[in-house]
Design a protein around this ligand. Structure first.
Ligand code: AMZ
Length: 294
């Protein structure tokens, strides 16, 4: 499991919001490239980068800051926010972005996801941000009619590398994640899911493992316990052949049962935001746990 440190950009600076509200922004670092380098030095392997102004504007706004991070090359980057057409996707991939995240465009123009996955296999992530049971788009300022589950079903066979599932109500609150909803999304969609919103510390990682494996007695044991638990939820099929973050991520399309604890589910990773900046958990411990989960 990957623990993604998040950098959200507003006015060229690293900020954290509460529940996605711009007015709640707290600035944590004026130098995004330096922040990325700090995350690398802490032992993180991949960066989750969001152009917040871009998500609201519908086009990249913090491109300069993004480029400063990507060209410094501290960590491979997945980037979202304001990427709404093929030209932008190609632009960022050409600049060295490992994976591109599509939120609003995936909902409003699902054909773009299909085309982009064909053009850039393994490098497209779809963001399904959920508020009041519906998908939130355009900087979370609008609610779409579909639920995340309904939208996810449309992307099942498009070849997306992963779904990013953010629970807006939890985001930036550090009070724990809506793990059950994300695991359910992974089970019904058969796609790897990145859990986002409310990460508070290692307890959330353990809860994911518990949720994936009913056998709670295995938690805390050796690889046969946690590793076996999560591993057993990942069954064969469709191994990714692309490099980058997506490599080694496998999804099984065979099972059709939904519901937590049944069928196949793959949690690719977790987004850490405010609790990371506020040093509310032990990074080393969290990274070690993720490593163990495989
Ligand atoms: O915090 C917010 N208000 C917010 C946010 N973090 N709004 C959008 N986003 C993120 C999504 C996704 O990663 O989680 O922006 C990306 C989607 O952007 P777009 O422009 O494709 O909808």
């Amino acid at each position: 499991m990957i623990l993604f440190p998040a950098i959200d950009l507003k006015d060229g600076r690293c900020v954290r919001l509460e529940r996605g509200v711009m007015e709640s922004a707290t600035v944590f670092n004026e130098d995004p490239a330096a922040q990325a380098e700090m995350f690398r030095a802490q032992g993180f392997k991949y960066l989750h980068l969001v152009d917040l102004d871009g998500a609201f504007a519908g086009e990249p706004v913090n491109a300069e800051a993004v480029l400063s991070i990507v060209s410094a090359g501290s960590l491979p980057v997945q980037l979202g926010g304001g990427i709404r057409n093929m030209e932008r996707i190609a632009f960022w991939i050409d600049k060295g972005v490992e994976r591109v995240i599509l939120g609003t465009a995936a909902i409003e123009n699902p054909q773009l996801v299909i085309d982009a996955c064909r053009e850039f296999p393994g490098r497209i992530v779809v963001a399904l941000d959920e508020r009041d049971g519906r998908v939130a788009i355009k900087g979370w300022s609008e609610l779409h009619e579909e639920t995340a589950q309904q939208a996810a079903n449309r992307f099942r066979d498009t070849g997306v590398a992963a779904l990013l599932h953010t629970c807006v109500e939890q985001d930036g609150m550090m009070a724990g994640m809506n793990v059950e909803a994300s695991v359910q999304l992974a089970q019904t969609s058969r796609l790897p899911v990145i859990v986002s919103g409310g990460f508070g510390g290692v307890r959330d990682l353990e809860r994911i493992a518990e949720c994936l494996d009913d056998n709670k007695a295995d938690i805390g044991n050796d690889k046969a316990g946690i590793g076996g638990g999560i591993g057993s939820a990942v069954e064969g099929g469709k191994a990714s052949t692309e490099g980058g973050i997506g490599s080694g991520i496998e999804g099984d399309r065979a099972s059709t049962e939904g519901g937590v604890g049944s069928g196949t589910a793959r949690i690719e990773g977790v987004i850490a935001g405010r609790s990371l900046y506020e040093k509310r958990f032990d990074v080393e411990e969290a990274l070690a746990l993720c490593e163990r989960f495989g």
